[in-house]
Every structure is written in structure tokens, then in C-alpha cells.
Write a protein that binds this ligand. Structure first.
Ligand SMILES: Nc1ncnc2c1ncn2[C@@H]1O[C@H](COP(=O)(O)OP(=O)(O)OP(=O)(O)O)[C@@H](O)[C@H]1O
Length: 311
């Protein structure tokens, strides 16, 4: 199957380095989440992979060839970069038929992707009447038209309603399950956590991480046990006797880092403590991501300190 290979890829706009010596691979059979703060270089990298922009140096290839050299590119690579790209005065169906005709793709396939993206009932409407979510679906339908081995989607969940978000998750998992190479950029961490197997994270054009998602989270955020008790016990002292450092949170519960829920539960039960809540707090992708990118964010709102009131 086909991988995307990015090798020492660099793109400068004037004096600004948007992409800085990036090297990574996107492999088949899994969904790779492409993350990074605003302006980190995700869209630029995707544009370079798709031959829409020329690198200053380095290479980006698909199955060993630059995009421009692919024969029948729509059948090899499907991409959604900008959901607004469709012609507003065409119907959704006609937009796809025009694309299909230029690649000798039969009209039956247009009907298939309309059905797959839930657009059959609105296929006769002009694109300018479509909501943002419907345009996203149309962009995804266009990306899937050639039944490509490689699928690249820039912010595909943008504008989708909750049902659409569930749909895209299943779609991405399905594409990877069929052995395709799937690269998806997103700002939504919970979303990305629900569909990605692997992550590539950029900050200011540089590679910050290229790792399986589980490893990415567990290397940065420790799982904790959350406990709330009914008694006014000094839980901190009790847990300290057993080698745990518990922290009392402002909301009133206790957090016990590096602990297992089974051990804490047994310990509290033996001590006769009334337990109201006991849960394993899973580390989240959002925590891990914010930890990694804290210093890489170009646009950060700094809270201003309150100024002394003038008399
Ligand atoms: N055509 C261009 N001309 C000049 N600068 C550009 C151009 N395209 C992108 N840039 C700059 O390159 C940097 C990377 O932008 P890019 O859009 O690739 O980031 P991104 O990670 O996709 O951001 P976002 O999450 O906001 O979409 C930014 O500083 C951006 O201003």
C-alpha cells in the first residue's frame, strides 16, 4: 500500500519559515492525526504533499513519487483542503460529475459517494444553498470519488453537527480498516483522540512528535485515581501511610497520582472509609497536547494583571 513520505521538507515565505526541515511518514492502515497550534504549518505541509506549492527544499512523495508525477492522481490520493472550493452555482451532484468526468470515473461512483456522505437527498440543490457541514460532506465525497489509497483531510469535522462528527469518526476508522493511508488535521482534541491511532504534531513548522497516540498521552500525563469520601477523614495522612501522595482538589475530592483504582479501593475499604466516588482518571490527549505545545503557540492570549484602581 501507499505511504506519504516527507523528507527534510522546508517552505519559506519571504523570511518566514512555515515548514522547517520536516521528516515523517504517514503509513497505511491507520489514521494519523495531524496536530499543531494555529500557524504551525499543517496546511502548508498538506499543500506541499499535494504539489499545490513548491518546497524551498526537501521532498514530499506519495508511494515514492511527487504528486505531480502520479498517473491518475484522483484515484491515488483524495484530499479535502478547503470546503468552500466547490462552485456555488452547480448542484452537489454536478460538482461531483464534472470532477468524475475529468478522471474517467463512472457516474455510478458519484451516486455511491453521495450516499456514503449522506448527501443523496440534497444532491439536486445548488452548492451555494449548502450549510458549512454539507459543504464539508461534499468535499469529503469529492476526496473519496476516485476510491483513493491515500486520503488527506484538513479539519474535516469543521461545521459538522454531532451526528456528523460520529459519522466522520466511523468513516475515518473504516478507511484505515480497509488499509488506506489517512492523514487528518484537527483542532478538536477529543475528536482526534476518538479516531487517530498515530499522531504527528508540529510547532512553528518543526516536528514535535511522531508517535502512537497512546504512547503520546502516557509519556506526558500520568493517570490518577479520583476519590471522594463521606467522612471527614484525613485521607491525605491515611494514603501517605501507604506510600501515596494524595492531593486535595479545590472541588473537595482527592487526586492520587500513579495509583491504581483497585489498590486505593481496597485500602479505603480496609480502613472503613465511606467512599462516595472512586474512579480512574484517564489522561486525555488534550492535556498531553497542551503540555507539549505550551511553548510553541504563536498566538496566545496572556491574561492582563488587574490594574490598581485610580483614587
Ligand atoms: N501563501 C502564504 N504566504 C505567506 N505566508 C504563508 C502562506 N501560507 C501560510 N503562510 C504562513 O505559514 C505559517 C504556517 O501556516 P499554515 O496555514 O500552514 O498553518 P496551520 O498549522 O495549517 O494553521 P491553522 O491551524 O491555523 O490552519 C503561518 O505563519 C502562515 O501565516
Amino acid at each position: 500500500m501507499t505511504s506519504i513520505e516527507v523528507q527534510a521538507l522546508t517552505k519559506e515565505y519571504g523570511t518566514r519559515r512555515a515548514v522547517d526541515r520536516l521528516t515523517f511518514s504517514v503509513l497505511p492502515g491507520r489514521v494519523t492525526g495531524f496536530l499543531g497550534p494555529n500557524g504551525a504549518g499543517k496546511s502548508t505541509t498538506m499543500r506541499l504533499v499535494l504539489g499545490l506549492d513548491r518546497p524551498t527544499s526537501g521532498t514530499a512523495t506519495i508511494g515514492g513519487r511527487p504528486y505531480a508525477e502520479l498517473r491518475d492522481p484522483l484515484r491515488r490520493v483524495g484530499a479535502l483542503l478547503d470546503a468552500q472550493a466547490a462552485h456555488g452555482s452547480r448542484t452537489g451532484r454536478d460538482h461531483l460529475r464534472v470532477l468524475a468526468a475529468t478522471h474517467r470515473i463512472p457516474d455510478d461512483r458519484v451516486e455511491e459517494v453521495l450516499a456514503k456522505t449522506g448527501l443523496t437527498s440534497v444532491a439536486r440543490r445548488r452548492v451555494k444553498t449548502y450549510s458549512l457541514g454539507m459543504r464539508q460532506r461534499l468535499g469529503i465525497a469529492a476526496a473519496l470519488l476516485g476510491d483513493p489509497e491515500v486520503v488527506m483531510l484538513d479539519e474535516p469535522s469543521n461545521g459538522l453537527d454531532p451526528e456528523g462528527i460520529v459519522w466522520i469518526r466511523q468513516l475515518l476508522r473504516g478507511l484505515a480498516g480497509e488499509g488506506r493511508t489517512v492523514l487528518v488535521s484537527s483542532h478538536l482534541m477529543n475528536e482526534t483522540a476518538s479516531f487517530a491511532d498515530h499522531l504527528v504534531v508540529l510547532g512553528r513548522g518543526r516536528l514535535l512528535a511522531d508517535t502512537p497516540m497512546r504512547e503520546f498521552i502516557h509519556a506526558r500525563v500520568q493517570p490518577r485515581v479520583r476519590v471522594r469520601t463521606g467522612d471527614s477523614h484525613d485521607l491525605g495522612a491515611l494514603l501517605a501511610e501507604h506510600g501515596h501522595t494524595a492531593v486535595r482538589e479545590p472541588e473537595g475530592h482527592w487526586s492520587v497520582p500513579h495509583a491504581r483504582v483497585e489498590d486505593i479501593g481496597r485500602l479505603l475499604s480496609t480502613a472503613g472509609v465511606t467512599v462516595l466516588e472512586l474512579a480512574a482518571e484517564e489522561a486525555t490527549l488534550e492535556q498531553a497536547y497542551l503540555d507539549l505545545t505550551a511553548d510553541e503557540t504563536e498566538f496566545t492570549a496572556h491574561p492582563t494583571a488587574p490594574q490598581p484602581q485610580e483614587a
